[in-house]
Design a binder for this molecule. Sequence first.
Ligand code: SAH
Length: 339
Amino acid sequence: MKTDILSLTPEELQDEITVTGGQKFRAEQIFNWLHVKKTTNFSEMSNLSEQFRQKLTAYFCIKPLIIRKKLVSEYDYTVKYLYGLNDGENIETVLMKYRHGASLCISTQAGCKMNCAFCASGAYGFKRNLKPSEMLGQLYETERDSGIDVKSIVLMGIGEPLDNFGNTVKFLRLLSDKSGRNMSLRHVSLSTCGLSDRIDELAKLKLGLTLSVSLHAADDKTRSRLMPVNDVFNIDRLMASCRNYFKETGRRISFEYALIKGLNDSFEAADRLVKLIKPLGAHVNLITVNPTLKNTHHASGNAKVFYERLTSSGINATIRRTLGADINAACGQLRGQEN
Ligand code: SAH
């Protein structure tokens, strides 16, 4: 089987190139073609000899993502891509344009195992982990197609990034490599449903990214109803990992909280949330739950009062702007329609 060249670090690429008989400095040139010029074809690597390019084609593969669908929101120019992978799987990527620059929401798995009650991603089961090249491919293909230079990335698309730990960390290292795309990890947010053991592992790596934790409820009973992962890592255990992450990295955590009518949107729920996260100095991102096919949960009308309850108690909070509502930009919805 040919080696997936876009997933290789510069060091790995050097080792592989010497095996094919190439000189080491060639690896730097190839890395530049792949990660700076975003070339998807060896034949375009014009500073390499024809013979060497043929050798590369025999040893390596570059598997570009295929745009299967592209939806542009009429409201706010949010663009949602349905990308086809080379084994026929589909994933979603969303390009959001803000005044301070474009942000890209990328997927880390085809499907998801976590089965959160309100989320469309898990409804069609888990297929497989994405390779680093397939995460980078979402960025490179979107930049190529849109002509936009993406300023920040959120790992908030389909999948649980910490359930695909090794590939996600390798993707982050490639993304931030000085000789490649060179994106500072200060501009990256990783969102997790709360795999505490992996949060502990991530803290040790001190990557400098922002960790977003999907909390959605500040008591175990409600959270377990919404998120089965809470039966494995309950709120106490999760908070211990969040405290440790903050201590190890100095980076404040951001909590995602989707407001659901009658379930987690009362004053009592807000007060429980304040008590839980105040010691962490964390930020809360309030989301109104998006309707999905399997979703029996309804958006809360209390976002403003819930927000005010938090901020008047000294919690730093924002209400997330809904983007791309007309193009089903909430996770997993487009992929779902294709299955
Ligand atoms: N698995 C990761 C990242 C993917 S989900 C995680 O759980 O964080 C990205 C965010 O969207 C999470 O906060 C998730 O809880 C939220 N989300 C999923 N479905 C939603 C829906 N229907 N409405 C609002 N938020 C949703």
